[in-house]
Design a protein around this ligand. Sequence first.
Ligand code: NAD
Length: 250
Amino acid sequence: MGRLNGKVAIITGAASGQGACEAEIFAKEGAKVVAVDVQIDLLQQVVLNIKSFGGEAIALKLDVSSEEEWKSVVAQTVEAYGKVDILVNNAGIVISNNIENCNLNEWNKIQNINATGVYLGTKYVIAEMLKTGGGSIVNISSIDSIVGGSSSAAYAASKGSVRSLSRHTAIDYAKSNIRVNSVFPGYIITPMTEAQLTDDARSEYIYSQTALPYLGKPEDVAYGVLFLASDEAKFITGTELVIDGGYTAK
Ligand code: NAD
Protein backbone atom coordinates (compact mmCIF):
# COMPACT_ATOMS: atom_id res chain seq x y z
CA MET A 1 0.00 0.00 0.00
CA GLY A 2 1.62 3.26 -1.15
CA ARG A 3 1.48 6.37 1.00
CA LEU A 4 -0.33 8.26 -1.82
CA ASN A 5 -2.52 5.49 -3.24
CA GLY A 6 -5.48 6.91 -5.15
CA LYS A 7 -4.19 10.48 -5.04
CA VAL A 8 -3.78 12.76 -8.05
CA ALA A 9 -0.82 15.13 -7.73
CA ILE A 10 0.27 18.08 -9.85
CA ILE A 11 3.98 18.84 -9.42
CA THR A 12 5.41 22.00 -11.00
CA GLY A 13 9.04 22.22 -12.10
CA ALA A 14 9.01 18.43 -12.40
CA ALA A 15 11.56 18.21 -15.23
CA SER A 16 14.60 18.61 -13.03
CA GLY A 17 16.10 18.61 -9.54
CA GLN A 18 13.73 18.35 -6.60
CA GLY A 19 10.55 18.34 -8.72
CA ALA A 20 11.72 15.37 -10.81
CA CYS A 21 12.62 13.51 -7.63
CA GLU A 22 9.22 14.29 -6.08
CA ALA A 23 7.46 13.08 -9.23
CA GLU A 24 9.30 9.75 -9.06
CA ILE A 25 8.77 9.24 -5.32
CA PHE A 26 5.09 10.24 -5.48
CA ALA A 27 4.51 7.76 -8.33
CA LYS A 28 6.30 5.01 -6.38
CA GLU A 29 3.93 5.77 -3.49
CA GLY A 30 0.91 5.22 -5.71
CA ALA A 31 0.01 8.74 -6.87
CA LYS A 32 -1.10 9.57 -10.37
CA VAL A 33 1.39 12.31 -11.21
CA VAL A 34 0.77 15.27 -13.49
CA ALA A 35 4.30 16.48 -14.14
CA VAL A 36 4.44 20.05 -15.45
CA ASP A 37 7.33 22.25 -16.54
CA VAL A 38 8.57 24.48 -19.36
CA GLN A 39 11.32 21.97 -20.26
CA ILE A 40 9.10 19.51 -22.09
CA ASP A 41 11.84 17.15 -23.36
CA LEU A 42 13.27 16.60 -19.89
CA LEU A 43 9.75 16.25 -18.54
CA GLN A 44 9.00 13.44 -21.01
CA GLN A 45 12.05 11.58 -19.71
CA VAL A 46 10.78 11.90 -16.13
CA VAL A 47 7.44 10.43 -17.20
CA LEU A 48 9.11 7.61 -19.19
CA ASN A 49 11.14 6.74 -16.11
CA ILE A 50 7.98 6.62 -13.97
CA LYS A 51 6.24 4.39 -16.52
CA SER A 52 9.29 2.08 -16.60
CA PHE A 53 8.60 0.99 -13.01
CA GLY A 54 4.83 0.76 -13.56
CA GLY A 55 3.94 4.20 -12.20
CA GLU A 56 1.25 6.47 -13.59
CA ALA A 57 2.15 9.92 -14.92
CA ILE A 58 1.51 12.41 -17.69
CA ALA A 59 3.65 15.34 -18.83
CA LEU A 60 2.05 18.71 -19.57
CA LYS A 61 3.72 21.93 -20.62
CA LEU A 62 3.14 24.72 -18.10
CA ASP A 63 4.75 28.09 -17.61
CA VAL A 64 3.64 28.71 -14.02
CA SER A 65 3.44 32.46 -14.61
CA SER A 66 0.69 32.01 -17.24
CA GLU A 67 -2.89 32.13 -15.98
CA GLU A 68 -4.24 30.62 -19.21
CA GLU A 69 -1.82 27.70 -19.05
CA TRP A 70 -2.74 27.02 -15.40
CA LYS A 71 -6.44 26.88 -16.31
CA SER A 72 -5.63 24.47 -19.11
CA VAL A 73 -3.43 22.21 -16.95
CA VAL A 74 -6.03 21.95 -14.19
CA ALA A 75 -8.74 21.17 -16.78
CA GLN A 76 -6.55 18.52 -18.45
CA THR A 77 -5.77 16.96 -15.06
CA VAL A 78 -9.47 16.66 -14.20
CA GLU A 79 -10.16 15.26 -17.66
CA ALA A 80 -7.40 12.64 -17.29
CA TYR A 81 -7.83 11.66 -13.64
CA GLY A 82 -11.10 13.21 -12.41
CA LYS A 83 -9.74 15.39 -9.57
CA VAL A 84 -6.71 17.07 -7.97
CA ASP A 85 -5.75 15.95 -4.44
CA ILE A 86 -2.23 17.35 -4.19
CA LEU A 87 -0.41 20.36 -5.60
CA VAL A 88 3.33 20.84 -5.14
CA ASN A 89 4.31 24.38 -6.16
CA ASN A 90 7.98 23.62 -6.72
CA ALA A 91 8.98 25.46 -9.94
CA GLY A 92 11.40 28.29 -9.37
CA ILE A 93 14.31 30.27 -10.72
CA VAL A 94 17.16 32.13 -9.09
CA ILE A 95 18.81 35.36 -10.24
CA SER A 96 21.84 36.31 -8.17
CA ASN A 97 22.23 40.07 -7.82
CA ASN A 98 22.09 42.70 -5.16
CA ILE A 99 19.22 45.20 -5.43
CA GLU A 100 21.25 47.90 -7.20
CA ASN A 101 22.25 45.49 -9.94
CA CYS A 102 18.88 43.79 -10.24
CA ASN A 103 16.95 45.52 -13.02
CA LEU A 104 13.18 45.74 -13.10
CA ASN A 105 12.84 43.03 -15.75
CA GLU A 106 14.81 40.59 -13.58
CA TRP A 107 12.79 41.57 -10.51
CA ASN A 108 9.49 41.06 -12.34
CA LYS A 109 10.62 37.77 -13.87
CA ILE A 110 11.57 36.23 -10.55
CA GLN A 111 8.37 37.42 -8.82
CA ASN A 112 6.23 36.22 -11.76
CA ILE A 113 7.63 32.69 -11.66
CA ASN A 114 8.39 32.16 -7.96
CA ALA A 115 5.52 34.10 -6.36
CA THR A 116 2.77 34.70 -8.94
CA GLY A 117 3.19 31.11 -10.15
CA VAL A 118 2.35 29.84 -6.65
CA TYR A 119 -0.63 32.21 -6.39
CA LEU A 120 -2.05 31.05 -9.75
CA GLY A 121 -1.58 27.35 -9.07
CA THR A 122 -3.09 27.63 -5.62
CA LYS A 123 -6.06 29.63 -6.92
CA TYR A 124 -7.03 27.25 -9.73
CA VAL A 125 -6.31 24.01 -7.88
CA ILE A 126 -8.26 25.08 -4.78
CA ALA A 127 -11.33 25.57 -6.98
CA GLU A 128 -11.12 21.85 -7.88
CA MET A 129 -10.27 20.70 -4.35
CA LEU A 130 -13.39 22.43 -3.03
CA LYS A 131 -15.49 20.24 -5.36
CA THR A 132 -14.03 17.00 -3.97
CA GLY A 133 -13.87 17.81 -0.27
CA GLY A 134 -10.27 18.85 0.28
CA GLY A 135 -6.61 18.36 -0.58
CA SER A 136 -3.03 19.18 0.28
CA ILE A 137 -0.85 21.96 -1.13
CA VAL A 138 2.89 22.06 -0.51
CA ASN A 139 4.73 25.23 -1.48
CA ILE A 140 8.50 25.33 -1.85
CA SER A 141 9.96 28.44 -0.26
CA SER A 142 13.64 28.70 0.78
CA ILE A 143 15.71 29.41 3.88
CA ASP A 144 16.58 32.65 2.06
CA SER A 145 13.15 33.89 3.22
CA ILE A 146 14.13 33.23 6.85
CA VAL A 147 17.74 34.41 7.06
CA GLY A 148 19.69 37.13 5.28
CA GLY A 149 22.16 36.37 2.53
CA SER A 150 24.12 38.17 -0.13
CA SER A 151 23.06 38.79 -3.73
CA SER A 152 19.69 37.14 -3.36
CA ALA A 153 17.28 39.89 -2.24
CA ALA A 154 14.87 39.52 -5.19
CA TYR A 155 14.86 35.73 -4.87
CA ALA A 156 14.38 35.96 -1.10
CA ALA A 157 11.51 38.42 -1.52
CA SER A 158 9.76 36.01 -3.91
CA LYS A 159 10.20 33.17 -1.42
CA GLY A 160 8.97 35.38 1.42
CA SER A 161 5.81 35.85 -0.61
CA VAL A 162 5.43 32.07 -0.85
CA ARG A 163 5.86 31.80 2.91
CA SER A 164 3.14 34.36 3.71
CA LEU A 165 0.72 33.18 1.04
CA SER A 166 0.99 29.63 2.41
CA ARG A 167 0.11 30.56 5.99
CA HIS A 168 -2.78 32.79 5.07
CA THR A 169 -4.23 30.32 2.56
CA ALA A 170 -3.93 27.59 5.19
CA ILE A 171 -6.17 29.59 7.52
CA ASP A 172 -8.64 30.60 4.80
CA TYR A 173 -9.22 27.01 3.64
CA ALA A 174 -8.72 24.89 6.77
CA LYS A 175 -12.48 24.50 7.32
CA SER A 176 -12.72 23.23 3.73
CA ASN A 177 -10.19 20.49 4.56
CA ILE A 178 -7.53 21.97 2.29
CA ARG A 179 -4.13 21.93 3.99
CA VAL A 180 -1.39 24.32 2.89
CA ASN A 181 2.17 23.94 4.14
CA SER A 182 5.52 25.29 3.05
CA VAL A 183 8.98 23.77 2.85
CA PHE A 184 12.26 25.64 3.29
CA PRO A 185 15.20 23.88 1.65
CA GLY A 186 18.73 24.86 2.47
CA TYR A 187 21.54 24.16 0.00
CA ILE A 188 20.40 21.23 -2.15
CA ILE A 189 22.53 19.90 -5.00
CA THR A 190 20.44 20.31 -8.15
CA PRO A 191 20.99 21.89 -11.60
CA MET A 192 19.95 25.22 -9.99
CA THR A 193 22.90 25.22 -7.59
CA GLU A 194 25.45 22.98 -9.27
CA ALA A 195 26.86 25.74 -11.42
CA GLN A 196 26.90 28.31 -8.63
CA LEU A 197 29.71 27.03 -6.42
CA THR A 198 33.23 25.79 -7.15
CA ASP A 199 34.34 22.64 -5.33
CA ASP A 200 36.41 24.75 -2.92
CA ALA A 201 33.52 27.10 -2.18
CA ARG A 202 31.25 24.11 -1.66
CA SER A 203 33.66 22.57 0.86
CA GLU A 204 33.91 25.90 2.65
CA TYR A 205 30.11 26.13 2.76
CA ILE A 206 29.85 22.66 4.29
CA TYR A 207 32.54 23.50 6.82
CA SER A 208 31.22 26.91 7.89
CA GLN A 209 27.46 26.95 7.22
CA THR A 210 25.67 23.63 7.53
CA ALA A 211 25.63 21.72 10.81
CA LEU A 212 25.49 18.31 9.13
CA PRO A 213 28.74 17.65 7.25
CA TYR A 214 27.27 17.49 3.73
CA LEU A 215 24.90 19.26 1.36
CA GLY A 216 21.32 18.19 0.70
CA LYS A 217 20.10 15.99 -2.12
CA PRO A 218 16.72 16.25 -3.89
CA GLU A 219 15.35 13.24 -1.98
CA ASP A 220 16.07 14.96 1.34
CA VAL A 221 13.46 17.56 0.41
CA ALA A 222 11.18 15.19 -1.49
CA TYR A 223 10.54 12.95 1.53
CA GLY A 224 9.47 16.00 3.56
CA VAL A 225 7.16 17.07 0.76
CA LEU A 226 5.77 13.52 0.53
CA PHE A 227 4.92 13.53 4.23
CA LEU A 228 3.14 16.90 4.08
CA ALA A 229 1.27 15.89 0.92
CA SER A 230 0.07 12.60 2.41
CA ASP A 231 -2.78 11.88 4.83
CA GLU A 232 -0.13 11.15 7.47
CA ALA A 233 0.01 14.94 7.88
CA LYS A 234 -3.78 15.34 8.13
CA PHE A 235 -3.54 17.51 11.28
CA ILE A 236 -0.77 19.73 9.87
CA THR A 237 -1.56 22.98 8.10
CA GLY A 238 0.15 26.36 7.95
CA THR A 239 3.40 24.83 9.09
CA GLU A 240 6.91 25.58 7.85
CA LEU A 241 9.24 22.62 7.40
CA VAL A 242 12.90 23.60 7.25
CA ILE A 243 15.15 21.04 5.51
CA ASP A 244 18.58 22.62 5.63
CA GLY A 245 21.10 20.34 7.35
CA GLY A 246 20.96 22.57 10.43
CA TYR A 247 21.92 25.82 8.66
CA THR A 248 19.27 28.00 10.35
CA ALA A 249 19.68 26.27 13.73
CA LYS A 250 23.20 27.66 14.09
P1 NAD B 1 16.00 23.15 -10.75
O1 NAD B 1 16.50 24.30 -11.53
O2 NAD B 1 16.67 21.83 -10.87
O3 NAD B 1 14.44 22.92 -11.01
C1 NAD B 1 13.55 23.98 -11.19
C2 NAD B 1 12.55 23.57 -12.25
O4 NAD B 1 11.61 24.64 -12.41
C3 NAD B 1 13.19 23.33 -13.63
O5 NAD B 1 12.79 22.10 -14.15
C4 NAD B 1 12.68 24.48 -14.47
O6 NAD B 1 12.50 24.18 -15.84
C5 NAD B 1 11.35 24.76 -13.78
N1 NAD B 1 10.86 26.10 -14.13
C6 NAD B 1 11.54 27.26 -14.18
N2 NAD B 1 10.75 28.26 -14.60
C7 NAD B 1 9.53 27.71 -14.81
C8 NAD B 1 8.29 28.22 -15.24
N3 NAD B 1 8.13 29.51 -15.58
N4 NAD B 1 7.23 27.38 -15.33
C9 NAD B 1 7.36 26.07 -15.02
N5 NAD B 1 8.53 25.51 -14.62
C10 NAD B 1 9.59 26.33 -14.51
O7 NAD B 1 16.04 23.65 -9.22
P2 NAD B 1 15.67 22.96 -7.84
O8 NAD B 1 16.81 23.17 -6.93
O9 NAD B 1 15.13 21.58 -8.02
O10 NAD B 1 14.52 23.95 -7.36
C11 NAD B 1 13.23 23.51 -6.98
C12 NAD B 1 12.64 24.55 -6.01
O11 NAD B 1 13.40 24.57 -4.80
C13 NAD B 1 12.69 25.99 -6.54
O12 NAD B 1 11.50 26.66 -6.19
C14 NAD B 1 13.86 26.59 -5.79
O13 NAD B 1 13.77 27.99 -5.66
C15 NAD B 1 13.74 25.89 -4.46
N6 NAD B 1 14.97 25.87 -3.65
C16 NAD B 1 16.09 25.28 -4.12
C17 NAD B 1 17.23 25.25 -3.31
C18 NAD B 1 18.48 24.57 -3.75
O14 NAD B 1 19.49 24.69 -3.03
N7 NAD B 1 18.51 23.84 -4.85
C19 NAD B 1 17.19 25.85 -2.05
C20 NAD B 1 16.03 26.46 -1.62
C21 NAD B 1 14.90 26.46 -2.42
